[in-house]
Ligand binder design. Structure first.
Ligand SMILES: Cc1ncc(COP(=O)(O)O)c(C=O)c1O
Length: 299
């Protein structure tokens, strides 16, 4: 029988009926250790009582309104995230790609407000930032990009973890406005950057007036034992993106801004129908509460 699904995935011939903690069960009752965790998403495991209760209670009360109105759960989640990260403001969306797309838009708007109408962003070889057109252009994978050209221009890829390469790229392109990187590359093969590199990169960005934009979609929300992986280097980025584990499996993305990046986006410059809705933000608050109260970062 032909599948009604678009042929995007070479799926494994297994599906699951339920899960509990680190375990999943298939329809035949076979038990599996879930080492994939939904590709870095199910940070509380399956069926966590606090997350289940938060989703159930919020679903019964109110699932969706709109960003035309105040959304108290969104404000509360933004407050928790800014408190944990030292960032200043949060724009919610629905995925890691969308969070990075928002970061790219922010960098371009920041440049535009300063008279630079063709902003360039330095990104890294072997990086992964998503599958929308702009995030593909930022991503350092020829394989993912192949067949989807022309992609948006304005991205310069340099070798990862090499400060001189960033400096040289910026010298060669005076319209450079930002550097976007994962401090711990995920899809590129678990590759951490050096602490000294990150600290020097922070200094270089400040010196040149570039935004330091860190993609913590995969490395954030406690994955490395700190709330955000860049905190190991004791630096603060100007932009940080989050998704995956932030709401424990309910689709979410977030772009956080601070310092020169705060206040760049204004009403009408960006937006979303679903992003930051009551249901997903209630889930996000429950995830952060559970990570904290159960001291999971220490584990
Ligand atoms: C570092 C990083 N950024 C962005 C993305 C894209 O996120 P999404 O698949 O939610 O669009 C991923 C996905 O694997 C990722 O690992």
């Amino acid at each position: 029988m032909t599948s009604p699904l678009a042929n995007i995935y070479a799926r494994l011939p297994v599906s699951f009926t339920h899960g509990q903690g680190v375990w999943l069960w298939d329809a035949g009752g076979r038990k599996y250790l879930d080492a994939l965790a939904g590709i870095g998403v199910s940070c509380l495991g399956h069926g966590h009582p606090k997350l289940v209760a938060a989703i159930g209670e919020q679903a019964a009360r109110l699932i969706h309104t709109s960003n035309i109105y105040e959304v108290p759960q969104q404000t509360a989640l933004a407050a928790r995230l800014t408190e944990l990260s030292g960032m200043q403001e949060v724009a919610f969306n629905n995925s890691g790609s969308e969070a990075n797309e928002a970061a790219i838009k922010l960098a371009r708007y920041y440049a535009y407000q300063r008279g630079n109408q063709h902003a360039h962003i330095i990104t890294m070889d072997s990086s992964w930032h998503g599958r929308t057109l702009a995030t593909l252009a930022a991503t350092g994978s020829d394989k993912a990009r192949k067949g989807f050209e022309p992609l948006p221009s304005g991205f310069i890829q340099v070798p990862y973890n090499k400060l001189d390469a960033v400096r040289a790229a910026g010298d060669a392109e005076p319209r450079t406005v930002a550097v976007l990187l994962e401090v711990l590359q995920g899809e590129g093969g678990i590759r951490p950057s050096d602490i000294a590199y990150l600290q020097e990169l922070r200094r270089l960005c400040t010196e040149r007036g570039w935004l330091l934009m860190i993609d913590e979609v995969q490395s954030g929300i406690g994955r490395t034992g700190k709330w955000f992986a860049h905190q190991w280097a004791d630096i603060r980025p100007d932009v940080m993106t989050l998704a995956k584990g932030l709401a424990g499996g309910v689709p979410i993305g977030a772009m956080l801004a601070a310092g020169p990046a705060a206040g760049v986006l204004t009403p009408g410059s960006h937006g979303t129908t679903f992003g930051g809705g009551p249901l997903v933000c209630a889930a996000g608050l429950a995830v952060l509460d559970a990570l904290e109260s159960e001291k999971l970062l220490d584990n």
